[in-house]
Write a protein of this length. Structure first.
Length: 95
């Protein structure tokens, strides 16, 4: 399952007055990586997400979020787990 994250790196970066090149250099990635990340065409690794959060002095979840529909699906799965049901039982899937 590939999901594009909602990304607020650009707005946080701009608020700090930094260029994409400055952020890229500090994070140890190319400017193109920052461009793609900000445009929603690239999902960062956990390591890069943590680096960006530290650099931008923001929580990871303030920089990246699942789209609302995916977040709702995850919340439903969590509720099922708490109720002791598997996702397959709830969705009718069989193995």
């Amino acid at each position: 399952m590939t999901v594009s994250l909602e990304c607020s790196v650009a707005s946080v970066r701009r608020a700090k007055g930094w260029t994409q090149q400055q952020l890229a250099g500090a994070a140890g990635v190319s400017r193109q990586t920052v461009v793609e990340l900000e445009a929603g065409g690239y999902n960062p690794s956990a390591v890069l997400a943590l680096r960006l959060a530290l650099l931008l002095e923001a929580a990871v979840e303030d920089l990246f979020a699942l789209p609302a529909e995916d977040a709702a699906d995850i919340a439903a799965r969590r509720a099922h787990l708490r109720a002791g049901k598997t996702h397959q039982e709830v969705s009718g899937e069989t193995s």
